[in-house]
Design a protein around this ligand. Structure first.
Ligand code: 4AD
Ligand code: MG
Length: 474
């Protein structure tokens, strides 16, 4: 007899059949009722000890957190709360657990506490739901691009170029401390013979592949040494970066919008139970807040709203005017007041536009060149670039992208204005020398997407082992 997943029992219960399940005890009541979970679904299965042939010594070892293999008969349940249960024939204790020491008790734990137990938090309903959704979302991402004929490119993780030019890179070195203490470090002695870092983005390499394969995407980990301790920034996060030859900024925005809607639909269809659980969890949490602080839409409504409504598209300059003239700005409710054209929007401004003003996802395009990366295509006004940011409710920026500068002379000028060493980017400039074409792409922060889909408020709770300043445990 083979092991059966609890998920499969729920999808087609075969009454009166003999089955074997294995999992971890979530609760054990009255020395009779075991709530078992195997991670395949949010639902536990109730297993009932009815037979006195189960040895007392075994029963003593059944505790919250212990792992069991149970053989029994699936029967209709007369008890409340479940339509079937397993009448136990035999129990094998796979692993014991000390109920007084096991950190995950059958009660509500704070997320802060669970972060310290990141190796065990996956055994809670909330984290298992979030991580199953994470897994499905990744699959949905690949399916979308595969259906569209994109090629998946594995761009390098160790790199010598700073794609964003922001100097927020983690260095990769095998030089020992005495060498590093020298005033002028000789990187020719380092492992790669030059200064290298963990990548902040696969974009530049993806561009080279787009200009040969046409449509490509990368999906991998990226690393940023920015010291921002917010609920939306991680030092290691996953990014999806499509790059398309012959796309202009409008094509790019269209793709971003249809991509987001596709993956949202995908999880609405494939993660119904987990979403329902998280939706109920959030609704309960919301009901404890004062009425004026509650979200208008619950989680599932929010996802559906995003799928079914067009994103608002607005230029930076128009968004700037809206923000500048808003009551929030006039009444000084923003921490950063909007006064000069050219300022970067903070997340409070982005959220104002999305949540208060438009009440829909927003794409802002044509940003001032001064606040954007060197590779974005300069507009004819010579003040703005063909950039776009997609902003989501509760999240702020979820996607950043642009049409790329395909004109060699203008790109060289931008690179030198920004103080970047052209020699490091010789291969990137080659693309503009040999068969350059208009092209565009964007980057979606995978964790931010998961936050939106699960309603989790902190990026630390949507990635298995979060890396943030001063934290790299596990
Ligand atoms: O806007 P960013 O910096 O854009 C790029 O890296 C481009 N190279 C993308 C491209 O055009 N191919 O980052 C893209 C997205 C952001 O919109 C955000 O969702 C996410 O990556 N992101 C982060 N997510 C978590 N933690 C951080 N520290 C993040 N920084 C950016
Ligand atoms: Mg950005």
């Amino acid at each position: 007899m083979d092991l059966i997943k609890i998920k499969d029992i729920y999808s087609s219960p075969n009454y009166n059949s003999k089955i074997i399940v294995a999992g971890w005890v979530r609760a054990f009541r009255g020395n009779r009722f075991i709530e078992l979970n195997d991670g395949s679904t949010i639902q536990n299965i109730q297993c009932v000890i009815t037979d006195s042939n189960i040895d007392n010594k075994i029963i003593k070892k059944i505790n919250v957190g212990s792992s069991l293999k149970i053989q029994g008969t699936l029967i209709e349940s007369i008890g409340k709360g479940q339509s079937f249960e397993i009448e136990i024939i035999d129990i094998e204790i796979l692993g014991e657990s000390d109920p007084d020491k096991y950190p995950i008790q059958p009660k509500k734990h704070s997320f802060e506490f669970l972060r310290e137990q990141a190796h065990l938090r996956i055994r809670t309903s909330t984290f298992s739901a979030v991580m199953r959704i994470r897994s499905k979302l990744a699959f949905g991402v690949h399916q979308f691009f595969n259906e569209k004929g994109f090629n998946y490119v594995h761009t390098p993780i160790i790199t010598s170029s700073d794609a964003e030019g922001a100097g927020e890179m983690f260095q990769v070195t095998t030089l020992n401390n005495s060498q590093k203490e020298k005033k002028e470090v000789d990187y020719s002695e380092d492992f790669f013979g030059k200064k290298t870092s963990l990548t902040v983005s696969g974009q530049l390499e993806a561009e080279t592949y787009a200009l040969g394969l046409g449509d490509v995407y990368t999906f991998g980990p990226t690393f940023r040494a920015e010291n921002s301790n917010t609920s939306r920034h991680a030092s290691e996060f996953w990014m999806i970066e499509p790059e398309m030859a012959f796309y202009d900024l409008n094509d790019n925005m269209d793709l971003a919008e249809s991509f987001l809607k596709y993956v949202l639909k995908y999880i609405m269809n494939s993660c119904k139970e987990d979403l329902k659980f998280l939706d109920e969890r959030l609704t309960k949490e919301q009901s404890q807040k004062p009425k004026n602080e509650r979200d208008e839409l619950n989680l599932i409504e929010k996802i559906n709203f995003t799928i079914n409504n067009e994103f608002t598209r607005i230029s930076y300059s128009d968004a700037f005017e809206i923000l500048k003239n808003s009551n929030y700005n006039k009444k000084k409710k923003f921490n950063y007041l909007i006064s000069e054209w050219g300022c970067d929007f903070q997340s409070e401004h982005e959220r104002f536009l999305v949540e208060k003003h438009f009440k829909s996802p927003v794409i802002i395009y044509d940003y001032p060149s001064k606040i954007k990366a060197f590779y974005m295509r300069l507009n004819d006004d010579e003040k703005t670039v063909r950039a776009m940011d997609v902003l989501f409710p509760g999240i702020g920026e979820i996607i950043g992208g642009s049409q790329r500068e395909e004109r060699l002379d203008i790109l060289q000028k931008r690179i030198s204005e920004m103080g970047i060493d052209e020699n490091e980017l010789w291969w990137y400039l080659d693309l503009r020398k040999y068969g350059t074409v208009p092209h565009s792409g964007f980057g979606l922060g995978f964790e931010r997407l998961i936050m939106f889909c699960t309603g989790m408020q902190n990026i630390r709770d949507v990635i298995p082992y979060p890396r943030t300043p001063k934290n790299a445990s596990f």
